[in-house]
Design a protein around this ligand. Structure first.
Ligand code: SAM
Length: 294
């Protein structure tokens, strides 16, 4: 297991403001990096950590063992945050969405276009359709729509056509198979552009496989409903589709008893991105529930 360095670690504490005896929720506990920092900053406080990936939870269990019963871990999608909390108010809720470095680096999960692996991409491998199921069964136009909407991929229609042709010959089984098809579909000029030609397609399929944007909308609504007066929600997003949802949801809540604390998203420092290139696209936003009678 690679040691996970939490993104925007100091900024999360600055905006969440954990305090002694508080109740906190880490909706994406991952390997427990942020959760450990929150528990350390809130003496006597409790943290409920959710993740839809059992393997990540096993890592968090190990990392948070020193906090004993102060940490309570639950295998759940954060869209179900309301059911998990069952009416218990929270003083702070953190979302650090997307996949973890451990998931990306795990060669059997199929999240990375850099390693050949079964084309899976499920954060919770115990349920739902894999990326292979989608690329082998969806009608071409539906596949193109996913690549366009969730990947903002300008070659969406052409990649979808190439996928449909390729799967007539044999099923697309691995990340390597898909990367090869994308390379063939994307014109030479685009192949020379910045970034890997498969990056947008992989992002799109991952979002579709895991229903990431719907889960984020549901999770943010549940978080706002669960927040104690003066409690805070902090969200770290990694691409513009997620960040747009956070921004518009917060703006809407700003009219209904909440205050948006971050006018602009908080970005990592140059020092952090130099040390951890995966932090590069992170954007943090924070929201507070107003006090009673505010
Ligand atoms: C970027 S990592 C979080 C890392 C964590 N903050 C840390 O310090 O170790 C994102 C985690 O969120 C989980 N995740 C993503 N979407 C989720 C959802 N809808 N419900 C629950 N967990 C989710 C992923 O499985 C992954 O482990």
């Amino acid at each position: 297991m690679s040691v996970h360095v939490p993104v925007l670690g100091a900024e999360v504490l600055q905006w969440l403001q954990p305090r002694a005896g508080g109740v906190y929720v880490d909706a994406t506990v991952g390997y427990g990096g942020h959760a450990a920092a929150i528990l350390a900053a809130a003496p006597g406080g409790r943290l409920i950590g959710l993740d839809r990936d059992e393997r990540a939870l096993a890592g968090a269990r190990e990392r948070l063992a020193a906090f004993g019963a102060r940490a309570h871990l639950v295998h759940a999608d954060f869209a179900q945050l309301g059911e998990v909390l069952a009416g218990q108010p929270a003083d702070g809720i953190l979302f650090d969405v997307g996949v973890s470095s451990a998931q990306l680096d795990d060669p059997v999960r199929g999240f990375s276009f850099r390693a050949d692996a079964p084309l899976d991409m499920r954060m919770d491998p115990s349920r739902g359709q894999t990326a292979a199921d989608l690329v082998n069964t969806l009608p071409g136009p539906e596949l193109a729509e996913i690549l366009l909407r969730y990947g903002e991929e300008r070659w969406a229609a052409r990649i979808a056509d190439f996928v449909v042709q390729a799967r007539r010959r044999r099923p697309i089984a691995t990340t390597g198979d898909l990367v090869e098809i994308i390379r063939a579909a994307v014109r030479a000029g685009a192949r020379r552009g910045p970034g890997h030609p498969a990056r947008r397609t992989f992002q799109a399929l991952r979002i579709a496989v895991n229903g990431e944007l719907d889960a984020l909308r549901a999770g943010l609504a549940a978080a706002a409903a669960a927040l104690a007066p003066l409690g805070r929600v902090v969200v770290i997003a990694f691409h513009s589709l997620e960040d747009r949802i956070v921004k518009t949801t917060f703006r809407g809540l700003g009219q209904h008893g909440f205050a948006v604390l971050t006018k602009k998203p908080v970005r990592p420092t140059a020092a952090e991105t130099a040390a951890n290139p995966r932090a590069r696209s992170a954007r943090l936003r924070a929201l507070a529930r107003e006090g009673i009678g505010a």
